[in-house]
Design a protein around this ligand. Structure first.
Ligand code: HEC
Length: 124
């Protein structure tokens, strides 16, 4: 029994690796700006209370809610384009990530994306 379970999880893991590689290929052609003092400030003011000042995520803001995304996760960084990140900031996601709507202009959205990318462990 235990052996069957092990084989299945290896298969699932291989499938995840393949889909992450494909996502990385799709996302590979976009290059984000570098983080600046302004982008850090913006993130600290609007996002850090949930995502953490270091971008490592946090605890759900209500019982049973989704955990705020950990931006230090490689698979997350590879799996989202800059446009997808901007869309999440504007439109929110699920029950936990609030939609910021038109609160940020294009330059601020780009700065927030740069800030999220600065947490990528592969970028240092
Ligand atoms: C009230 C808490 C809260 C605040 C404030 C918040 N977030 Fe989130 N965020 C979340 C949660 C919870 C998730 C996970 C949502 C899910 O996966 O269902 C999330 C997910 C995300 C994601 C990942 C979406 C994806 O594609 O999986 C991004 C990007 C993001 N937030 C960016 C931001 C930015 C930028 C700010 C500041 C402008 C911000 N968040 C402010 C709670 C928050």
């Amino acid at each position: 029994m235990a052996r069957v379970g092990l084989d299945a999880s290896v298969g699932v893991h291989a499938a995840i690796v393949v889909s992450v590689l494909l996502a990385a290929l799709a996302a590979g052609c976009t290059k984000s700006e570098a983080a600046t003092a302004d982008s850090r400030q913006l993130f600290a003011n609007a996002c850090a209370r949930c995502h953490g000042a270091d971008g490592a995520g946090g605890i759900p803001s209500f019982g049973g809610g989704p955990a705020p995304r950990n931006f230090r996760d490689r698979d997350f960084q590879r799996g989202r384009t800059d446009e997808q990140l901007k869309m999440t900031i504007r439109d929110g996601k699920g029950s936990g990530m609030p939609p910021f709507g038109s609160m940020f202009d294009d330059a601020q959205l780009a700065a927030l994306v740069a800030q999220i990318r600065s947490f990528d462990p592969d970028r240092k």
